[in-house]
Ligand binder design. Sequence first.
Ligand SMILES: C[S@@+](CC[C@H](N)C(=O)[O-])C[C@H]1O[C@@H](n2cnc3c(N)ncnc32)[C@H](O)[C@@H]1O
Length: 268
Amino acid sequence: MISDSDFEVLKVKINQILGIDLGYYKPQQMQRRLSGHLTRLHLDAREFCGLIGNDPEAARELREFITINVSEFFRDPAQFDVLKSVALPEILESSGQAKVWSAGCSHGGEPYSVAILLNELAPGKNHLVWATDIDRQILRRAQAGGPYAETDVRAMEKRLLLKYFDKKGSEFWAKDELLRMVKFKELNLLSDRFSIGLDLIICRNVVIYFSDDAKRALNERFFSSLKPGGFLFVGGTEALLGADDIGFTRVQSSLYQKAKQAAAMRAA
Ligand SMILES: C[S@@+](CC[C@H](N)C(=O)[O-])C[C@H]1O[C@@H](n2cnc3c(N)ncnc32)[C@H](O)[C@@H]1O
């Protein structure tokens, strides 16, 4: 296990090289994970700092290790059903054209899934689906719409798979129609500015390693970014910290809603 002082040195170096502030992450968990990473590379902390300072490939691997890009289309289908039957109809009824943000979108499975749902429920409305991630490399794959493996798309209805994807050998690629529905951008949730006036924010399986303070601050910022009545969709095991205090009501399962009168209440 790396010592506390080595961990502090690594934190500074990693912030310099990757722009990721590990102060926002759960310290013991991160220290343990980094120790494992260094052990696998057979390096001590000083050698590792030298390596990531000089070798972009090692820095890229470290970024991947810290951020973890695992994702899937319609991940946890039962939760997507709640989104489809509860949140999206309400949004479409009140806004017509939905404004959605997938925060921590990885390879694009999540924002493309919600874009497909919107297009199926209310076609031709030019819904706005923004998708962001801290990891530039994974965003390139998301923007290209593939390649996706069979396991990435296994939860998708066959009908939708045929409609929105081309199959090339064993790979699946999003068709142009689907590519046009999502706009991707690099964004660090811990330091960058957020858009406002959103109907739905999806942030699932991203904050697991963040400290409680960082999670709470992020949820407050999400709240400010949503319209009154807007929804926040989180991961299955990620009950929202301080939801009531912030002003969110738990609607169902992983779905939270900002009070419809929130703007008036805050102004009062
Ligand atoms: C496990 S994936 C989750 C992907 C998708 N939301 C899902 O549930 O399938 C976590 C993603 O969060 C991104 N991420 C981690 N820390 C981040 C940060 N500070 N700002 C933005 N994205 C971050 C990672 O790069 C990764 O792609």
